[in-house]
Design a protein around this ligand. Structure first.
Ligand code: PEP
Length: 258
């Protein structure tokens, strides 16, 4: 982390877990535990039906609520989809875009790009996910693959808007598996993502861009991962479902930085 130049962000991704009632229970417990004073930015991205309960519970706290996906179109015949202006109106601040679980359901780089542009247009903070498969890592093409994902996702995003984007590096082989990337492996890729941003937008913007790591981050390994200079926070799945565990990760984000 480097709090001097960029925000530290700890974001939860609940995936398809918790009902609205369970959301209210989680938020009530988590709110009671939140430390006083200004720490890192905290986001909780929850299933669409849980957004109203989450927003209501976290009003007047510094926890921002987010969605796990959006549709790039403003409105129309897209049964079951949710537009970015609907998310804003429901009180969302963030939206996860390009998660590998959605890419596995058919989301393309072009879809991810359209969603990033739509989210920015609506005033949402996109948490843009990228990450290689085990096969790609073993072939030694991690950097090329991620560079391509980032360049595609950010096509048409201008200098004024890139400042709003949070990037999350999530190696596919490391999440939901309990198999975390080592702090060095995660740092290497986050550093190379920063250099892609540097080439695209210049060093000032690269230095100010928050790049998160996601992949079995938990209350035990968070401290070491967050101690890396180019890892500015975490996107957390499983460990964000338990208030005590999520809080411990937030606490790890409060460690002193160089
Ligand atoms: C995720 O799905 O974004 C994630 C990082 O999951 P987990 O923390 O459970 O590996």
């Amino acid at each position: 982390m480097n709090r001097k130049y960029r925000k530290t962000v700890i974001a939860g991704n609940w995936k398809m877990n918790k009902t609205p009632t369970e959301t209210k229970e989680f938020m009530t417990a988590f709110k009671a535990m939140l430390p006083k004073g200004r720490w890192c930015d905290i986001a909780l991205c929850v299933p669409a039906v849980c957004i109203p309960a989450a927003v209501r519970a976290m009003r007047e706290t510094r926890v921002g609520i987010g969605a796990e996906n959006c549709n790039a179109n403003a409105s129309g015949a897209y049964t079951g989809e949710i537009a970015t202006n609907m998310l804003v109106d429901a009180g969302c601040k963030y939206v996860i875009i390009g998660h590998s679980e959605r890419r596995a359901m058919g989301e393309t780089d072009a879809d991810v790009n359209a969603k990033v542009l739509a989210a920015l247009e609506a005033g949402l903070i996109p948490i843009l996910c990228c990450g290689e498969s085990l096969e790609q890592r073993e072939l030694g093409i991690t950097e090329e693959f991620i560079t391509m994902q980032i360049k595609c996702a950010l096509a048409g995003v201008d200098e004024a808007r890139i400042r709003k984007v949070v990037i999350a590096y999530e190696p596919i082989w490391a999440f939901g598996t309990g198999r975390t990337a080592t702090p060095e492996q995660a740092e290497d890729v986050c550093e190379s993502i920063r250099s892609v941003i540097r080439k695209l937008y210049g060093s000032k913007i690269a230095r100010a861009t928050s790049i998160l790591y996601g992949g079995s981050m938990n209350e035990k390994n968070a401290y070491d991962l967050l101690a890396q200079p180019d890892i500015d926070g975490g996107l957390i799945g499983g460990a964000s479902l338990v208030p005590e565990k999520f809080l411990q990760i937030v606490e790890a984000a409060n460690q002193p930085t160089a």
